[in-house]
Design a protein around this ligand. Structure first.
Ligand code: NAD
Length: 497
């Protein structure tokens, strides 16, 4: 199967409109560089207004027939889609490593976690069941259906270029909607490959369209009257803006945003496992996961484990994502690297101790890459910038607490709410946490991704039952079929009592 990436001598990312890959007519392009080398990989178009209009028109037209296909037809497409993704896991991962920088194995994980959503959508006939009730009143039937909304849209971030588009596309379309997606302009390749695979699985033209760009494309989605719902995943700034602008325009919006996930380390935990999990969850993917465990609170005697934590972190191998045995790769851009290094320095300036400094790392053979080694700041206090801001890099900030209650107080005072974990062997203590001896408690697709507080805006969450609820509206039909012919002599004008 021909793929977009790497087959063309002109390094441009195409649009996907009405089932066709289209070269943009734009004059404005965003250069996309390999984070490990800073070599140009492709140029991503800022779609023109006409191209974005064409994408929505195509989705609107496709909705007329797609929404009437049988749910079993849509299910069958998902079965085929999941099979094609599985067969192309490696090429998807290669594209992710090239454009995003994460290691090949981690990139496969990125695809797999999205693939699981596709697999869950294979059970859409059950997921989309409506409700009814026997004997609601004599001869009266009330039935509720979950029906699609129309044209829906996705706006996705750079850190999971396959997984997050797969949080939106399969759920939206198996529910009978059509979809316009704007993947991150920093790594849209995986999304392009996925929509091509979806077409190969039998999805008709127009059901999913891909546009590219930055703010103008986002505004277009927020404002277009034919788009009924927006799924957004990304930073706080963009998420709040999109939630507000989309909602003002009468759209349903779900907005998954930034995080500052805390892990509480109790001295009764399994030390070996805890330190390994902490290191994996803080530094994996160079800390560029919304569920990265970026903040650790060591309670009481667990503070003595810090030297060993440093020792383990130091052993991680930082290199280009395609180099075998690499633990984590570069961060996304030189700007991100600069920002992360500044945040590390701000911690030092505000009185934190730099237990491990990953700044200034040069990787042999990849001297121009955006690398930062594992970094640990200790003695961090909640008023410091490095604690308050999401760093989104390979930096673990460590706080200390005398008691579990004090640790919980710190967590509850933090505005974010994506995931918190505790490491303990005490069942009673663990009840208060969403992750127990699991550093990254991302819910599997049969559940929903239930971020809260400052990490989420909206009512219904991504994927699982809540994802189906987000992408459907309830239509309730009330019908009266009398068993025997009853003729009323007079109109009933009062409410029945
Ligand atoms: P980002 O907000 O920069 O970009 C996300 C999308 O929004 C992109 O498509 C981008 O084009 C658009 N965008 C960016 N800035 C915008 C603005 N000012 N106005 C309108 N649109 C804008 O996010 P990112 O850097 O690509 O991704 C990293 C962020 O995403 C982190 O904060 C991370 O925690 C978050 N994230 C959250 C989850 C979650 O489920 N909560 C999952 C993954 C990533």
């Amino acid at each position: 199967m021909k793929r977009f990436y790497g087959v063309s001598s002109i390094p441009t990312t195409k649009l996907f409109i009405n089932g066709k890959t289209v070269e943009s007519q734009t004059t404005e392009w965003i250069d996309l560089y390999n984070p490990a080398t800073n070599e140009l990989v492709t140029r991503v178009p800022k779609s023109t207004k006409a191209e974005m209009d064409a994408a929505v028109s195509s989705a609107k037209e496709a909705f007329k027939s797609w929404s009437k296909t049988s749910i079993l037809t849509r299910q069958q497409i998902m079965f085929k889609f999941q099979n094609i993704i599985r067969q192309n896991m490696k090429s998807l991962a290669e594209n992710i490593t090239l454009e995003q920088g994460k290691t090949l194995i981690d990139a496969e994980g990125d695809v797999l976690r999205g693939l699981q959503v596709v697999e869950h959508c294979c059970s859409i006939p059950t997921l989309q069941l409506g409700e009814t009730l026997a004997g609601v009143a004599k001869d009266l039937d009330i039935v509720s259906y979950r029906v699609p909304l129309g044209v829906t849209a996705g706006i996705t971030p750079f850190n999971f270029p396959a997984m997050v588009p797969l949080w939106t596309i399969p759920v939206a379309i198996t529910c009978g909607n059509t979809h316009v997606i704007k993947p991150s302009e920093r790594d849209p390749g995986a999304c392009m490959m996925l929509v091509e695979m979806l077409q190969e699985a039998g999805c008709p033209p127009g059901v999913v369209n891909v546009i590219h760009g930055a703010h103008a494309a986002v505004d277009f989605i927020c404002d277009h009257p034919d788009i009924k719902a927006i799924s957004f995943v990304g930073s706080d700034t963009a998420g709040k803006y999109i939630y507000e602008r989309g909602s003002k325009n009468g759209k349903r919006v779900q907005s998954n945003m930034g995080a500052k996930n805390h892990g509480v380390v109790m001295a009764d935990a399994n030390k070996e496992n805890t330190l390994n999990q902490l290191v994996g969850a803080a530094f994996g993917a160079a800390g560029q996961r919304c569920m990265a465990l970026s903040t650790a609170i060591f309670v009481g005697e667990a503070n003595d484990w810090l030297p060993e934590l440093k020792n383990r972190a130091q052993q991680l191998k930082v290199n280009a994502g395609n180099v075998p045995a690499t633990d984590f790769g570069p961060v996304i851009s030189p700007e991100a690297k600069k920002r992360i290094e500044e945040l590390i320095q701000s911690g030092v300036d505000e009185g934190a101790k730099l237990l491990l400094d990953g700044r200034g790392l040069v990787v042999k053979g990849y001297e121009k890459g955006n690398f930062i080694g594992p970094t640990i700041l200790t003695n961090v206090k909640p008023n410091m910038r490095c604690y308050k801001e999401e760093i989104f890099g390979p930096v673990l900030v460590c706080l200390s607490a005398d008691t579990l209650d004090e640790a919980i107080e710190i967590i509850n005072s933090n505005p974010y709410g994506n995931g918190t974990a505790i490491f303990t062997n005490n069942g009673a203590t663990s009840r208060k946490f969403v992750g127990v001896n699991v550093p990254i408690p991302v819910p599997l697709p049969m559940f929903s991704f239930t971020g809260s507080r400052g990490s989420f805006r909206g009512d219904t969450h991504f994927y699982g039952k809540q994802g189906v609820h987000f992408y459907t509206q309830v239509k309730t039909v009330t019908q009266l079929w009398r068993d025997s012919d009853v003729t009323h002599s007079k109109a009933a004008v009062a409410m029945p009592v």
